[in-house]
Design a protein around this ligand. Sequence first.
Ligand SMILES: Cc1cc2nc3c(=O)[nH]c(=O)nc-3n(C[C@H](O)[C@H](O)[C@H](O)COP(=O)(O)OP(=O)(O)OC[C@H]3O[C@@H](n4cnc5c(N)ncnc54)[C@H](O)[C@@H]3O)c2cc1C
Length: 359
Amino acid sequence: MPNIVVIGAGVSGLTSALLLSKDPQNKVAIIAKHHLGDYSIEYASPWAGANFTPMSSRETSRWERRTWPYLKKLASEVPEAGIHFQKNRIYRRRKDLSRLQDGSASMLNNVFAADPHYKDFVEDFRALQDDELPEGIASGSEFSSVCINTMLYLPWLVGQCRRNGVSLHRGTIAHAGDVRIFPGTRTKVDVVINTTGLGAMKLGGVTDQTMFPIRGQTVVVGNVAPFMQCHSGTDDGDEEACYMMTRASGGGTILGGTTQVGNWESQPDPNIANRIMKWAVEMMPELTAGKGVEGLDIIRHGVGLRPGREGGVRLEKEKIDGTLVVHNYGHSGWGYQGSYGCAEEVVALVSSIAPRAKL
Ligand SMILES: Cc1cc2nc3c(=O)[nH]c(=O)nc-3n(C[C@H](O)[C@H](O)[C@H](O)COP(=O)(O)OP(=O)(O)OC[C@H]3O[C@@H](n4cnc5c(N)ncnc54)[C@H](O)[C@@H]3O)c2cc1C
């Protein structure tokens, strides 16, 4: 029976643990510095929107493509997971067309492709008619998507893990090679799963210096958006975007936001918050029934750091000081929408290296 320790309790760690624990031969424990309820700048997952807006290129789309059927099933059949369906509208601003064409529109470039590859795996994809486009928008599309209430979904994942016998522990690991004994036992650990997100920069044995933060500032409001929206840009700079999504079951509406590369600032910037709210009511006046920013019912301001990585996600195995480690970190802005695809790969990598009981 392989003894597996997952470092990290974000969406990557919890989903990896969940899929690993479906095999009764695996014994799985999670050790993490931050767990649910910790709203820390070192813990990206609670701050996410989160919705399904494919960001990958066709070549790297496997993780998101594989995840969509899981999220769709949860939204259809598992209300306690806190995921619901919402239409997702993508708007390409006339002002952004040239930088969208030359590929310089940041991590969201693939989202706004004129003929996006993801139309092959999302559902109900259609181009918007001219009379559906707000002023200044050159073209747009709509498809069926989901919005995840992370405050309900992450606890649901923890519950599913516990039901499958996964144990959770608080701890900060200094070096990946230090995890040798399975928590609460004297038995040896066979495989360590590294899902530390931005923590991979500091984790001994890994210290991945290609990681960088992509700062996401948001405002959560009580107003309801009838559908999700994502705009290709704003007039306030390349690192500011306009998007909104209403979370399931009273989770409020997330108004975004920023994509500030290399920015570690943990505190909300009031000027950015004002701009986020201004864009939101301009782009979707029905949010406040035409009352403008004054009509927004502000619940809280938030900042999370997306775990960016040069070259994209790291999903591979490695031996560190004699310990077998499977890496699953660096998901940037798509950690939820790629979570099951990546966790499936973790399971495949573990199966290729872990000792199995003889049947
Ligand atoms: C504003 C915002 C909006 C977003 N919207 C979306 C969206 O709509 N859709 C989407 O799919 N994604 C979205 N994301 C991205 C998503 O949140 C991330 O990709 C995802 O949360 C990364 O999860 P993770 O588990 O890899 O890392 P994290 O959630 O950061 O978890 C890392 C874990 O590792 C632990 N850890 C780190 N180092 C150590 C150590 N040395 N020892 C022990 N534990 C350690 C931490 O304590 C934590 O438990 C958004 C992010 C932000 C900030």
